[in-house]
Design a protein around this ligand. Structure first.
Ligand code: SAM
Length: 263
């Protein structure tokens, strides 16, 4: 939060300017985003001109504000990390209800740190590790790693390359969008490394499921978020790699969006 002296002084004219540029860019849609933006204006350390330029450049409202709520926290975000999504909150809810306690947790591809940091709150005595290949993303995660005394151990790793121990819970929301269908304009402000994977979006998921068994304790759980049309492939990979009790669950809009299994 900014000091009072740094706060942007917003008057009615500024709000009208912002509203006008918003509606010329987005029409009637994204009303919720406009509402959120205006609510946050006094805390944003940018000039009205900068904000208007960002709206015109179609920057997501979450990046204009610079932080976004996720589960039980608020996360600093920028163009180096994925904007935390509500479907990932559904996966966290399921973990909370399914796993009553755990000692060691690993979050693969942590981005803003949102999954790992929320799990460190839920399991205050667990040792939570979180890795990312992107140094820039890890810088953002470090900024968010103050929300609980049970700090997450953040370090760089190409998936499991720098992991040296076993865990009883491994969680990942990896990139799973196929390059071939990367036409969604709304994704252009988020980093490619967070979104796209080869082999129709399956290459990172395949790598993680293939290696997870070497880094999980017996009866440990693997949770993985995936695209709505990837359930069959994910379940097949889990079976092939010796996982049992495989299940897939839906997000709020009824799409099958994450699978989990026990080793
Ligand atoms: C879909 S984002 C998820 C971010 C965050 N966990 C969330 O749910 O909001 C995927 C993350 O995986 C990271 N990533 C991509 N390839 C990786 C790799 N080879 N090793 C480790 N992390 C990787 C990206 O940098 C990105 O932060």
């Amino acid at each position: 939060m900014l000091k009072n002296s740094q706060k942007l002084k917003i008057n009615k004219e500024h709000i009208n300017q912002i509203k006008q540029s918003w509606s010329s860019q987005y029409g009637d849609s994204y009303q919720e985003g406009l509402h959120f933006l205006i609510e946050h204006l006094p805390a944003i350390s940018k000039s009205v001109e900068e904000i208007v330029d960002e709206i015109i450049a179609n920057k997501p409202v979450q990046q204009i504000i610079g932080e976004w709520p996720f589960y039980d926290g608020t996360y600093v975000i920028n163009e180096d990390v994925l904007i935390p999504r509500p479907e990932t909150e559904v996966m966290i809810d399921h973990i909370v209800n399914n796993i009553k306690s755990c000692k060691n947790v690993l979050d693969l591809g942590t981005g803003s740190g949102c999954i790992a940091i929320e799990l460190s709150k839920i399991y205050p005595s667990a040792c939570v590790h979180a890795v990312d290949r992107s140094v820039q993303a890890l810088e953002v995660a470090k900024k968010n790693n103050h929300q609980t005394p049970n700090k997450v151990k953040l370090y760089q790793s190409d998936w499991f390359s720098n992991i040296e121990q076993k865990f009883d819970l491994i969680v990942s929301n990896p990139p799973y969008v196929a390059h071939e269908i990367a036409t969604d304009k709304s994704l252009t402000h988020e980093p490619n490394i967070a979104l796209y994977a080869k082999n129709k979006g399956m290459s990172d998921i395949e790598h993680i499921i293939g290696k997870a068994k070497f880094f999980l304790e017996q009866a440990g759980y693997l949770y993985i978020e995936h695209g709505q049309d990837q359930k069959n492939k994910v379940q097949k990979l889990m079976r092939k790699n010796g996982f049992r009790e495989i299940e897939t669950h839906k997000d709020f809009s009824g799409k099958e969006r994450f699978s989990f299994a026990m080793l």
